[in-house]
Ligand binder design. Structure first.
Ligand code: TXA
Ligand code: MG
Length: 324
């Protein structure tokens, strides 16, 4: 095992926290996906994150905090934001809020916007790192820009191994799909990205939620590029029968015949299990000997919305940010 990937022990977390305070980058587990973390108050550290990912600088980063109280020092929480944070934090929900003046956050982290996306992750290792570092952590998913998000330390190593000081390994991410991004800067809450907290769960708190057309590819979400999460092979959605040489991502037991290989998101049709498996299985099927990765229809409800959002982007015509 390369020496920059280590189990997320207390000692490793202390080492990671020191690296963060020195302006270095550390990859760490969250309940959603692995993040590429840097000190969100350091313009240099944040610039390193953009460089390591090859991420366009107009796409802002999520800033991670241990809890609501640290979040309140960085952004303006209105009553709606407090209610959402109390209900869903720590957990897979990011809130877009107005930045506080003199919040000390890097401007680049917000890509020059006067808003910031904040999230308190639930994963014990992420919580421990945030508290040990004593800094908010800017952390996008730890993949090259436009590529499939990492849900294991090995994925991070393959994507960014030579560009991070340390990778904290805590096994596979339990949720497996990124946080929901909820914009609370307008009069009506807007779901900019479907994610680990579902629309149905958010509706238990908010009467009205805008879901911008195009699955959240709205001007207020500059980073919602149509082609994203892209494996090297083409992706074909809603497959009900096989085409020559295709591999299949299956959902449920009734699988059409004739595929060169079949891997199950979930045999029992469980959307949480499918979300947890999605990115790892996309990687496993991304082999040059398959003509394409076909995917069976996934119900567009609950976590299925986030899964379908990622699959649509994986299948979209590739832009210059997505490697072919
Ligand atoms: O689950 C997650 O959210 C993971 C883990 C590591 O926490 N992080 C993650 O970050 O997915 P990233 O950078 O891959 O995605 C951040 C998303 C992008 O779609 C970005 O455009 C949006 O959040 N975003 C960030 N700041 C924003 C802002 N101020 N306004 C609107 N959208 C924002
Ligand atoms: Mg990402």
């Amino acid at each position: 095992m390369p020496d920059n990937i280590i189990p997320a022990s207390d000692e490793a977390i202390e080492r990671a926290a020191r690296l963060i305070r020195d302006g270095e980058l550390v990859a760490f587990p969250t309940e959603t996906v692995y993040g590429l973390g840097g000190d969100a108050t350091s313009e240099t550290a944040v610039a390193r994150i953009f460089a390591a990912k090859g991420r366009p600088r107009f796409n802002p980063l999520i800033v991670h905090v241990p809890s609501l109280s640290e979040g309140e020092a960085l952004a303006l929480f209105d009553e709606r934001a407090r209610i959402a944070a109390r209900r869903f934090w720590p957990g897979p929900l990011s809130l877009v809020l107005p930045r506080r003046r003199n919040c000390g956050l890097s401007l680049l982290a917000s890509a020059g916007l006067d808003t910031v996306a904040l999230r308190a992750p639930a994963h014990a290792a992420a919580q421990a790192l945030l508290r040990a570092a004593g800094r908010p952590l800017a952390a996008p998913s730890a993949n090259r820009s436009g590529r499939v998000s990492p849900t294991t330390a090995a994925h991070v190593l393959a994507e960014l191994g030579d560009r991070v000081a340390l990778i904290l390994d805590a096994g596979p991410c339990p949720v497996g799909i990124e946080s929901a991004v909820l914009d609370l800067t307008g009069p009506t809450p807007a779901l900019l990205r479907a994610g680990g907290i579902t629309l149905e769960e958010l509706r238990t708190v908010f009467d009205e939620i805008e879901v911008p057309a195009g699955g959240g590819n709205a001007p207020r979400a500059p980073g919602r590029l149509p082609s994203h999460y892209a494996p090297g092979r083409p992706v074909r959605l809603d497959a009900v029968s096989a085409r020559p040489g295709e591999a299949l991502l299956a959902f449920g037991r009734a699988v059409p015949p004739g595929f060169a290989e079949v891997l199950w998101l979930s045999q029992s049709g469980d959307l949480a299990e499918a979300a947890a498996n999605l990115f790892a299985l996309l990687r496993r099927l991304d082999r040059p000997d398959f003509t394409a990765i076909a995917v069976m229809p996934i119900p567009d409800e609950g976590l299925g919305r986030a899964i379908n959002d990622r699959l649509r982007r994986a299948a979209a015509p590739r832009t210059s940010t997505a490697r072919r």
